[in-house]
Structures are given as C-alpha cells and as structure tokens.
Design a protein around this ligand. Structure first.
Ligand code: BV8
Ligand code: ZN
Length: 242
C-alpha cells in the first residue's frame, strides 16, 4: 500500500479546487495504447507521417485510416478506475480536467469540466466550409469523407505544428494557477505548450503531484511523485480521504 505523505494528505483535506492534467497514460488501463510506451503507437507510426496537416493533405486516406482505427479501439474501451476516481472527487472538490487525450474517456466517465487541449477524435469539420460533422454516423467513410460542399472533412484534433484552439490554452492556464493542487497524470511531459502547465503551476506555488509508473522529464520538479498506475493510485487517494 503506498503510504500517503502526511503533508500531501493535509493539503488534500484543505484543498477546495483541484486540477488534473492528463496524458495517454491515463487511458492505458482502458486498453488504449500510449504514444511513447513499449507498445506505443509512435513505434509503428511516426507523428510526422500522420498527426500533421501536411500528411493529411498529402494522403488523407492514410490519415483517415489511422484515425478510424483509433476510433474503433477507443469505442471498444471504457473509462478505467482512474477516470472514475477523478469524477468521484467532484463530490468533495471543485475539479477541472485538462486533458491532452482525444479519446473522450473523461467525458464518458462523467467528469463535468473537461478541457480537451488537443481536440476530440469523435469530432470533425470540413476544411473548406468548416461545417461540423460531430456525429460519426454523419461520416460516410469510403476512403476519405467529403462534405456536402465537396470539401475534405478532417478530424477535429490538434496536429503537430498547429495552434491549440483560440483561448483554450489560456483558459487551462487560468484553471491550473487557481487550483490548490495539480495532478499531472500519465504524461511523458514532452509535448508543448501543454507540458508547460505543471511548470506554470509550480511558479504560482500550486502543489503539483505527478502520477506515473516511471519518472518523466517533470518528476524532478514535482512536489510529490507517486510511482504507479493512474487506475491504482487515484482510487487509493479517494479511499484515503473518504
Ligand atoms: C504548437 C492529438 C504552436 C493528435 C497530439 C517544431 C515545429 C513545430 C512545432 C514544434 C517544434 N518543436 C516543438 C514543437 C511544438 C510541438 C511539440 O511539442 N513537439 C514535441 C514532440 C517536441 N507542439 C506542437 O506542435 C503543438 N502546437 O506548438 O503550436 C506552433 C505552431 C506552429 C509552429 C510551431 C509552434 C501541438 C501539439 C499537439 C499534437 N497532438 N495529439 C492525435 O492524438 O492524433 S500530441 C499527443 O502526444 C498527445 O495529445 C499528447 O499531447 C502528446 C504527448 O503524449 P502523452 O500524452 O504524454 O503520452 P506518451 O505516450 O508520450 O506518455 C504516456 C505516459 O504515460 C508515459 O510517461 C508512461 O510512463 C505513462 N503511463 C503508462 N501507463 C500508465 C502511465 N501513467 C499512469 N498510469 C498508467 N497506467
Ligand atoms: Zn464543406
């Protein structure tokens, strides 16, 4: 049993507002492969080849095939005890989730305040007229989905080299610096500007806790590091304060 640090427990009991900054590791126990782990999807694919606009314009079929594959995986998965623990904490604290994940699992777990920094794999829009196609049933995918205007439809996710949606990152920063505690869960902390959020929190004296089975680029800066899986550590924290 991971003995919970008494300083941390005091901070937790005194906290009003807690933010969670999550990455692909948050969904690993739901069965969704991470990007950079052993079975990471970047092992088979390279982000430059797939998760960027040029790749999409060059070969929309290939990029759509990749996203359809990931959609199928995601729809077969369910929120894990880590997602559910974050949702349960809403009964005691004001909770904001800031996720890098596009898998919609925090929403499916019932979290009421979720900021999706990099978009949502179930959402799409037309490159030409910006018409939205947010219900997969609307997408007729033989090869590459086309809009009624004839334009190419793309997934509503943030690709490398693309800016985050207007104002979203600033909103996430505000949530983080106004929190008593920030949990950074399941992220290798290498993709910016998202990965700057825990550092911004530290600068504003927010107590930052990292949850990850391995140390990351951020671990040396964290106020507290739980070496473990999200689906184990987060429910354990719930039990400690119930
Ligand atoms: C931007 C959505 C301004 C799509 C993703 C040169 C040119 C252009 C840009 C850059 C450049 N150099 C740097 C940049 C910026 C670039 C960047 O940071 N690159 C990195 C790679 C160096 N960032 C961008 O381009 C961003 N935009 O900067 O705009 C701009 C504009 C123009 C020009 C310049 C700048 C946009 C980045 C968004 C990319 N989109 N995803 C899709 O998913 O298809 S990124 C994707 O990877 C995720 O969204 C996530 O954000 C990111 C990182 O992955 P993680 O979530 O951390 O996952 P990872 O696998 O890495 O780690 C998993 C962790 O979980 C591990 O630590 C593991 O130990 C742990 N774990 C495993 N199991 C568990 C667990 N933890 C807990 N429990 C478990 N059970
Ligand atoms: Zn259109």
């Amino acid at each position: 049993m991971t003995e919970l640090n008494p300083v941390f427990l005091d901070k937790l009991r005194a906290a009003k507002k807690i933010s969670f900054f999550t990455g692909a590791g948050m969904s690993a126990e739901s069965g969704i492969p991470t990007f950079r782990g052993e079975d990471g999807i970047w092992k088979k694919f390279r982000p430059e080849e797939l998760a960027n606009f040029k790749a999409f314009v060059r070969s929309p079929e290939m990029v759509w095939e990749w996203y359809q594959h990931r959609r199928r995986v995601i729809t077969e998965c369910a929120p894990n005890p880590g997602h559910l623990a974050i949702k349960d904490l809403e009964s005691k604290f004001s909770i904001t989730v800031i996720t890098q994940n596009i898998d919609n699992l925090h929403n499916r777990a019932g979290s009421s305040s979720v900021i999706e920094l990099h978009g949502n794999i179930l959402k799409n829009y037309c490159l030409t007229c910006k018409k939205r196609y947010d219900h997969p049933a609307e997408l007729h995918i033989e090869g590459t989905p086309r809009c009624t205007c004839g334009g190419l439809i793309r997934p509503d996710v943030v690709w490398f080299g693309e800016n985050l949606p207007e104002g979203l990152f600033e909103h996430a920063e505000e949530e983080v610096i106004s929190s008593d505690i920030l949990f950074s869960v399941g992220t290798s902390s290498v993709v910016y500007p998202a990965a700057s959020l825990p550092h911004t929190a530290l600068k504003k004296d927010v107590y930052v806790v990292e949850v990850n089975p391995v140390e990351t680029e951020f671990t040396e800066y964290a106020n507290l590091f739980f070496k473990g899986k999200a689906g184990v550590i987060l429910p354990l924290i719930i039990r400690a304060i119930s």
